[in-house]
Design a protein around this ligand. Structure first.
Ligand code: LLP
Length: 410
C-alpha cells in the first residue's frame, strides 16, 4: 500500500520509507511491491472462480514485467506464463514456471525459439498460439524432427475494433495478429499442418488497456461460433489479456470481477447452451497484475522557468519509462515528501534530447526544487520492460519490497 506517513510526512510503500531508500540508492530506479503484485494476482484468480470459471489457467504476460523476483513470486502463487520470445521462455523456466503452464504467442516465432519450446518438457509447452499457417507448417516440421507432437491453439483474429490506443489494438483485420475465421475453416483438414501437431485450443487477444468490454464480448462470441463450426471439442479457450488499469483513478473502469462476469456470461450464452464441451479457460493478463505494483523514483536535477512554463528536470528519462512519451499515457506523479509550498503548474521532463521526454505536463504540484524526489505511479507494467539505453544512458535499476518488508535489488 502506498501512503504518506502522517508523522514523517514521507511516502511509504508497504511501510517502507521511499525517502530512506532514495537517499541510500542512486536515482532513478523502479521499486516493486510483492504485496500488491500478489493481491492483484489473487484478485484476478478469485474473480474467475467467483464467476464459476473452474480451474482457470492464469498465464502472466511476461512482456509487462519479466523481472526475476516478480516472475518467481507469481510462479509461487501458481501462475503460468504468456511468452513471446525465447528470452521470455528461458526467464519463465528459470523462475520456476512449469512448461505445461506456458503459452507462446507472437507472429514471429523463429525456428530456434520453437525448438527451445518443444524441448522444454517431454510434452513441450502447454500451447503454441499460432498466428499463421506458415508458422504452423514450421512447428509441424520441427515437431516431426524432434519426434514430438506440438500442442497448438489457433489464434483467431475476430475482427473487432477496441477503444484503446491504436498502437495496442490487435484484433482487427488490418492487424498482423491472428488468423481469419475463413482461413481457419479452410485449412483445418490440410494434412501438411497436422501430422505432428495437435489442435488443443483456440485463442484471441484483441488489445491492451481495455476499459470497455463490448469488444471482448463480441470477440468471445466469434471464438465460440468458430469452435462450433469446426465440430471439434477443445481442451481450452484462451481469451487473452488486455484488461485495463484505472491510471486516472476515475473509478469507472471495469474491475476484475466485471471482466470475469462478462467472460463467464459470454461463454454461457455463446457456447455452453449449444454444446456439452467445457473447455478450460486460459487468461493472459499482464498489466492488471503488475502495473500498480511498480513505482518509478526519480530526483529533480534542477528547475527552470521559461516564459509561462515551469519545468522540473528530473534524472529519469523516456529511456527509463516511455509510456507517457510513446502513448501520451497518464501516470500519477507524487512528490515523496508532503509539503506546504505553493501549488504551481509543472512540466516534469527528463534529460533526453526530445520534447516527448515528459512524464506529465501542466500538473498541479507544490513547487518542486532541486533534489526533491518524486514517484511516478503504476509503472510495474511496460515500465522497465520497455526501457532502453537511448542517449547511452544506463538502464534504471530495480528493487523489490518482499511481503516481509525487506528491500532487495533485483
Ligand atoms: N497476450 C498477448 C498475446 C499480448 O500481445 C499481450 C500484450 C498480452 C497478452 C497482455 O496484455 P495486457 O493484459 O498487459 O494488456 N506497451 C504497451 C502494451 C503492449 C501490449 C502488448 N501485448 C503499453 O505500455 O501500454
Amino acid at each position: 500500500m502506498t501512503k504518506i506517513n502522517d508523522k514523517s510526512k514521507y511516502l511509504h510503500i508497504d511501510g517502507v520509507s521511499i525517502n530512506e531508500i532514495a537517499v541510500k540508492l542512486k536515482t532513478p530506479f523502479y521499486i516493486y511491491s510483492e504485496t500488491t503484485l500478489s493481491e492483484n494476482y489473487l484478485k484476478f484468480k478469485e474473480a474467475a472462480i467467483e464467476n464459476k470459471i473452474i480451474n482457470p489457467l492464469i498465464c502472466f504476460a511476461l512482456k509487462s514485467n519479466p523481472n526475476k523476483k516478480v516472475v518467481k513470486s507469481l510462479a509461487k502463487l501458481g501462475a503460468g506464463a504468456d511468452i513471446v520470445s525465447g528470452g521470455e521462455l528461458k526467464r519463465s523456466l528459470e523462475c520456476g514456471i512449469c512448461p505445461q503452464k506456458i503459452v507462446f504467442s507472437g507472429v514471429g516465432k523463429t525456428e530456434e525459439e520453437i525448438n527451445l519450446a518443444l524441448k522444454s518438457h517431454k510434452n513441450g509447452i502447454y500451447s503454441f498460439n499460432v498466428e499463421s499457417f506458415e508458422e504452423l507448417e514450421l512447428i509441424n516440421k520441427l515437431a516431426a524432427k524432434a519426434k514430438k507432437t506440438a500442442r497448438v491453439a489457433l489464434r483467431l483474429n475476430p475482427q473487432v475494433q477496441v477503444k484503446t490506443h491504436k498502437h495496442i489494438s490487435t484484433g482487427f483485420k488490418t492487424h498482423k495478429f491472428g488468423l481469419l475465421r475463413e482461413d481457419i475453416l479452410k485449412n483445418l483438414k490440410q494434412r501438411k499442418y497436422w501430422s505432428h501437431t495437435s489442435l488443443v485450443g483456440l485463442s484471441i487477444h484483441i488489445g491492451s488497456q481495455l476499459t470497455c468490454l463490448k469488444a471482448t464480448d463480441k470477440a468471445i462470441k466469434e471464438l465460440c461460433q468458430l469452435a462450433l463450426e469446426t465440430g471439434k471439442s477443445f481442451e481450452f479457450f484462451d481469451v487473452g489479456g488486455g484488461l485495463g488499469v484505472d491510471y486516472e483513478r476515475t473509478k469507472d473502469k471495469p474491475s476484475c470481477f466485471d471482466y470475469m462476469k462478462l467472460v463467464s456470461n459470454a461463454l454461457e450464452k455463446y457456447y455452453y447452451t449449444r454444446t456439452n464441451d467445457r473447455p478450460r479457460v486460459v487468461f493472459e493478463p499482464g498489466r492488471v497484475i503488475s502495473a500498480t505494483s511498480g513505482h518509478f523514483i526519480t530526483k529533480v536535477i534542477r528547475t527552470k522557468t521559461s516564459g509561462d512554463c515551469f519545468f522540473a528536470i528530473v534524472d529519469g528519462g523516456m529511456n527509463d519509462f516511455v509510456r507517457t512519451s510513446l502513448y501520451g499515457a497518464y501516470h500519477e506523479i507524487i512528490p515523496i515528501k508532503k509539503s506546504k509550498r505553493k501549488v504551481v503548474s509543472t512540466d516534469i521532463v527528463g534529460p533526453i534530447c526530445e520534447t516527448a521526454d515528459c512524464f506529465g505536463s501542466g500538473i498541479m504540484l507544490p513547487k518542486l526544487m532541486a533534489n526533491d524526489i518524486i514517484s511516478v505511479s503504476d509503472v510495474g507494467a511496460y515500465g522497465h520492460s520497455m526501457s532502453s539505453n537511448y542517449n547511452m544512458r544506463d538502464k534504471p535499476r530495480e528493487f523489490f519490497i518482499s511481503k516481509k518488508g525487506k528491500v532487495s535489488k533485483c
